[in-house]
Every structure is written in C-alpha cells, then in structure tokens.
Design a protein around this ligand. Structure first.
Ligand SMILES: [Zn+2]
Length: 214
C-alpha cells in the first residue's frame, strides 16, 4: 500500500531558513502548511516570507500567540482568547481560509496539557480545524539525524503527519530527505488524515481522549 506523508513546518518563518524550505518545496511541487507563533510574526521580515509561502500555494496556520502557555495546564481563563484568537487576528489575510490551529506541545508531546475544555469550546465555536501530528523526529535537537526517524515513522504507518521546524539548520537535510521518500514511492499530501484532525471547521469529528485537561 502506498504510504502517505504530509509535511508541516512550525515555529517559523525565519529569514535565511524559510527561503530554503520554500525553494526545496517549489522545486518538487510540494504544498505544505506553516504553523506560525504570534510573537515571532512581529519580528522583521516574517510577514514577507509568509506572503511568499501563501503565493506559492502553502497554507498558513495558527501556532498560538506565545508558544509558552499549555492550554491544558494554565488556570488563566483568558488563555484561549490570548493564545488562539489574538494570533488568528494577527495573521489576518495570511491565514488560510480553513482556520488551522496547532497547540503548543512542549516538545511535541500529545497529552492533556494540550487543551482545556474552554480551549476546545473556543475552537469549536470559532470554526477552527485542530491539526495534531503523528511524527516528531526532533529535528530541533538533531539537525542531521532527524530524517532517519521520520522515515521510520513513514514506514510504520499509512499516513504520516510530520512536524518539522523552519527555524533551524535541520532544514539543510530537507532536500535529500524528500528525494529519498519520493524515490520510495511515498505520496506527498497537503491535507491531513482524520486521526490527526479531531476538530474540522469547528465540528468534532474525532476523539480528544487524553488531549484535554480534566
Ligand atoms: Zn511549536
């Protein structure tokens, strides 16, 4: 059976890095989604990179305002408004038509720290699509070793949603990684499998078991 792979890039864009990612993807005709942190978006040069990404067919999603608040672990009742809504407003026209939101996982961990009942309610009322993942090759701490772990994940599951980061030297391995998986016959996709998207356009379509604080 054909393996499928959806690439996602978090925590960028970063000048000097994201250009490489966009070039590599364009050369191979691959579309992806960039999940952007609000406090980074305010830094110089970021919006221009996202405009290029959008113009080249990629989608832009929301990766919280500060990347520092675990929505399932904070006792701040304003956290969904600050972390989700304010960043969506800041993305403005850059944001994709489908309102993609990816919570901060503190190292890519899936667990009840990701969301609170109030955050889930906010996503549902706001018509958001909650985008999770099933591959964390830890590119941020191993700039050369991550492709082997990503390829092992692709091998063991039908459809892999990999989290990479376009703010580190790890992207230097992106071109050889993609050429290897393409040579293996892996199908590159822009969309997401149901198992990684428990909420689509505000509608609960999958299980949130273990992902929401009690
Ligand atoms: Zn992140």
């Amino acid at each position: 059976m054909t393996r499928r792979l959806t690439l996602t890039f978090d925590n960028g864009p970063m000048p000097g890095v994201t250009e490489t990612v966009l070039d590599v993807l364009a050369e191979r005709g691959i579309a992806t989604t960039f999940f952007v942190v609000g406090t980074d978006l305010r830094l110089p040069g970021r919006r221009g990179l996202l405009e290029r990404a959008k113009a080249e067919g990629h989608r832009i999603g929301n990766h919280t305002m500060t990347h520092s608040v675990l929505l399932g672990a904070t006792d701040d009742p304003e956290a969904p408004e600050h972390e989700i809504e304010q960043q969506q407003l800041q993305l403005g026209e850059l944001a994709s038509e489908e309102r993609f939101f990816r919570p901060w996982g503190n190292g890519g961990l899936l667990g009840p720290h990701l969301l609170s009942p109030a955050a889930v309610d906010h996503l549902e009322r706001g018509g958001y699509t909650l985008v999770l993942w099933n591959s964390i090759p830890r590119d941020w701490e191993d700039a050369t070793g991550w492709p082997a772990r990503a390829r092992a994940d692709i091998e063991r599951q039908d459809w892999t949603v990999v989290v990479l980061h376009d703010n580190s030297p790890a992207v230097q391995q992106l071109a050889p990684f993609l050429d290897a998986v393409l040579a293996d016959g892996v199908e590159l996709r822009a969309d997401f499998p149901d198992e990684c998207v428990p909420i689509r356009r505000g509608v609960r379509v999958g299980s949130l078991d273990g992902l929401v604080a009690a």
